[in-house]
Each structure stands twice: as C-alpha cells, then as structure tokens.
Design a protein around this ligand. Sequence first.
Ligand code: RFL
Ligand code: PHB
Length: 389
Amino acid sequence: MRTQVVIIGGGPSGLLLAQLLHLQGIESVILERQTRAHVLARIRAGVLEQGMVGLLAQAGVDARLRSEGIPHHGTLISYDEEIFRIDFERLTGTSVMVYGQTEVTRDLYDARDAAGGRMVFSVENVVIHDADRDAPFVTYDDGHGGQRIDCDFIAGCDGFHGVSRATVPASVRREYEKVYPFGWLGVLSHTPPVNAELIYANSQRGFALCSMRSPTLSRYYIQCTASDRPEAWSDEAFWTELKRRIPAEQAESLVTGPSIEKSIAPLRSFVTEPMRWGRLFLCGDAAHIVPPTGAKGLNTAASDVHYLFEGLCRYYNDKDPEGIDRYSERALARVWKAERFSWWFSALMHRYPDQSPFDLRMQRAELEFLRSNEAAQKSMAENYVGLPY
Ligand code: RFL
Ligand code: PHB
C-alpha cells in the first residue's frame, strides 16, 4: 500500500490532521493501536481555545461544537476565604469554549467516516523505517499478518507512550522533564455544575477544580498524592473532600451524585526537541506533556497540527519545503509558552509536600497580586484563552 502521509495515532491530533489534509486533497492513513470505542471512552480535556475552535471549523467539524459548546467568558479563582474572577472577555476580547475532548474526537471520527478516510484500528508492532531517508515506510500487524505502507511523510500523533518519539535516535533528542509530587483525581457525574464558570481552588488541603461538560454533566478534580489509586476513593469520600476545598457558598450548593468515571492523572511537564527527524514529525502528546492546570494539553496538540498542516500544504501545493523545514522551530516556540503557563499556574494553585512557610507566603502573595493587579490578570487571561498561532 502507498499513501502520502502515514499518521500514527487516532487521537485528536491524528484525526484533525487527517481531516485537514483530506480537505486539501492530501491522502493519509491513520494507524491506531486501540479500538475506536476505547479511544472514545477516554475522558480528558474540556476547554478549547479559540485557535482550536477555528481549526475545527476549518476542518468542517464544528456544527455540534457551535450548538452544544458552552462559551466561557471568565473563570473564578479561590484561595483561603477569597474568591475573584478573571474576565477573559474584558481583558482579551475573547473567550474559551467548554466542549469535551471525547466529543471533539467523536465529531472527527464521524467526519473521517463520511469522507471515506482510511483508518486501521487495533494495530500492533508499528515500526517506522527509513524516516531519515527519501523513501520511508511503516510496518504493522493488523490481525491478518504483517502490512507495509510506503509514504512521503510520517506524522507521529501517538501520544506520550507511542513509538514515534522513541524512533528519533537518542543522540538527536533532547528531553526536558519535571514530574510533580501529586496527581489529579477526577470524577465525572450526571449532576448540574456547581457554578456557571470554572472554579480553580487553592485550599490548605490542596487544589480542587470545578469544571463541566454540559448543563447536566459535571467534571470535578482534587489534588491527590502521586501514589493514590481511584479505587481507594469512594464517591462519598471524594465529595466530602471536594467540599472542604472550594468556597463555602459553592460547597453548600454542590449537587452530588454517583460518579460515572473516576480516574487519576499524574502531573508532568515534558518537552522533546527537535519535533522533526527527517520525514518524521512529532505532534501533540508524542512531543510534549503539560500538567492539566490551565487546560493546555489538547490545545497545544492542535497548534502543532496547525503548523504541520500548513507546512505539508506548502510542500504539496507550492513545492515549497520551508513550512516543514521550520515546523519544529515554530511549534516549539508556542509549546514552551504553554509549558511555562501550565507550570506557573500549577505552582500557584497546588500544595507541595515540601513547601516551607516562606514558600506558602510567596504563593499567597502571588495570588493576592493576581487578584488585585490588572496587568497580572491580563497576562493570565491572554495565556488561558490561548496565545496566537
Ligand atoms: P492522545 O490523545 O494520547 O492520542 C494518541 C493516540 O495514539 C495511539 N497510540 C498508538 N497508535 C498506534 N501505534 C502505537 N504504537 C500507538 N501508541 C499510542 C493511542 O491509543 C491514542 O489513541 O494524543 P494527542 O492526539 O496528541 O492528543 C493530546 C491530548 O489527548 C492530551 O494533550 C490531553 O488529553 C491532555 N490531558 C488533558 N488536557 C487538557 O487540556 N485538559 C485535561 O483535563 C486533560 N486531562 C489529559 C487529561 C491527558 C491524560 N493522559 C494522557 C493520561 C487526562 C489524562 C488521563
Ligand atoms: C476539564 O474540564 O477536564 C478541565 C478543565 C480545565 C482544566 C483542566 C481540565 O484546567
């Protein structure tokens, strides 16, 4: 088999890239390790920047997003007895959209089906060959034996644990990593959200976040220890702990109910450089991870897709290699800004096991500065709604 671009990974990055390329007449094949049902069962991000909303519109997959997505014009931040609002609309003139990653992925699968896009699920032993030569190819097992696809380029959209990053020789790769000494325990429940906007809470007992997916579906998180397991948390224990970490008014009005999903995400900052090796391009979580504070993971994956898509279009439509040659540099410039914001917002909002009384006062001073300073709020809001592509 032959195609122009082999896309490894059928998560949001791979699907969005495939759909955008298709609309430009550029052929691709997606290879996904899991089943479609497995990919669609994952509960992950919930907040989309306008840049990503625009990209989904460009891909022609924004109909449901426009009707079911919830625009958010600000967010609340609480600490101790204080609560204040960051007004995105006033400070930046724009807003974010609350619409789950699961729904984005479902819309993209539907679009790929409608376009007759080639996707192979449950593949095993994906191996990238000759990425540093002119005629690369990918081999894999599809349950009926070994297969081979020859191609011009490979997009490594296979997440943090995929094969793409590992294909780049260690002598070429530079990796930067910070592992945080805590995780997030997340619960999804069929209950009305406690507040119309998200609440990020820094409490003496640790961080909490009140988020949502729809007017009847809530998503809540609490900071937990890195070694915690979801089975150790009953629903009752979760709700009790959440109420102790959010402002009293919201704790009183919180509607609780059975969890329909409960999971723990570790927190990590990670970047690999460069994001290109020969004809292999890394995209999204395959190249970088952010802690979820500030919701930058999915949005940064989308900006990578934007730069790669632009580069491939210029290559195929104008025979101009400049876009793919500059892909790594352009993507990384934005990636590091998202890394900085997620790291800063995580440090501001969590309790660290080794925080000294001085560290705690610094955190509080920073929160007070943010509460009272217009320039600090503007900087936070600009990063939250998403820096320009
Ligand atoms: P994904 O979504 O991980 O998709 C990669 C796909 O590649 C497949 N794959 C392979 N396929 C073929 N061969 C192989 N060898 C393969 N290895 C892997 C996988 O099965 C998968 O389908 O990466 P992508 O597309 O780059 O998208 C990135 C986003 O998913 C990610 O940035 C966010 O979900 C991060 N993230 C969150 N971001 C937020 O902005 N807000 C959140 O609340 C939030 N929660 C989360 C998250 C990530 C999590 N992970 C990765 C554990 C919660 C969790 C639990
Ligand atoms: C979510 O709704 O899952 C969510 C929202 C904001 C974040 C992280 C996760 O910063």
